[in-house]
Design a protein. Structure first.
Length: 143
C-alpha cells in the first residue's frame, strides 16, 4: 500500500511551525513496515536528490530513519554545506500519534560528530529537533 505523508521538521526541541521546513514522505507499506523516500523543502530543493526512509508503525508509535545520500549540513554561520564526496548522515525519528489532531509528532536525532576519547571510548555529538506529519486522508491511521 502506498501512503503519502506531509509534514514539517524544525531544529527546536518544541515544535515551532514558524521555524519549520516542509517534507513529504512517499512510503510503501508491507504490514507495519515501510520504505520510501523523502522530498524535502531544504535538501531536495538544493540538490534535486532525495533521502531514503525505512521504518515501522506499532499501534500509535512510529519509528523511522532517513538516510541522506551524501553530506548535507549547516556550518557555524548557518550556511548549508553540501559535499557529494562524503557519506550522508542518518536521522532517527521517533514519535506517537496525537489523536486530537490526527498528526504524528515526535523528535529526531542525528549523530553529527564523534570524538575519540580513548581506544574504546567515543563522545557522540548529537543534534536534535522536533517534527509533525499527517498521512493522506484515505490512510490516516493505517490500522
Amino acid at each position: 500500500m502506498k501512503v503519502i505523508c506531509k509534514g514539517q521538521y524544525c531544529y527546536e526541541p518544541e515544535f515551532d511551525s514558524n521555524k519549520a521546513h516542509a517534507f513529504e514522505l512517499i512510503l510503501d507499506f508491507d504490514s507495519d513496515q515501510f520504505k520510501g523516500i523523502a522530498v524535502e523543502e531544504e535538501f531536495t530543493t538544493l540538490t534535486n536528490e532525495v533521502p531514503t526512509i525505512t521504518g515501522f508503525m506499532d499501534n500509535e508509535q512510529i519509528s523511522f530513519t532517513k538516510q541522506y545520500p551524501f553530506q548535507f549540513a549547516a556550518d557555524e554561520n548557518n550556511q548549508i554545506v553540501i559535499d557529494r564526496s562524503k557519506p550522508g548522515h542518518l536521522v532517527v525519528y521517533e514519535g506517537f500519534l496525537n489523536r486530537k489532531n490526527l498528526e504524528w509528532e515526535g523528535s529526531w536525532e542525528i549523530i553529527s560528530d564523534e570524538v575519540r576519547l580513548s581506544t574504546d571510548v567515543y563522545l557522540a555529538m548529537i543534534e536534535s529537533g522536533s517534527w509533525r506529519m499527517r498521512m493522506n486522508q484515505s490512510n490516516e491511521l493505517h490500522e
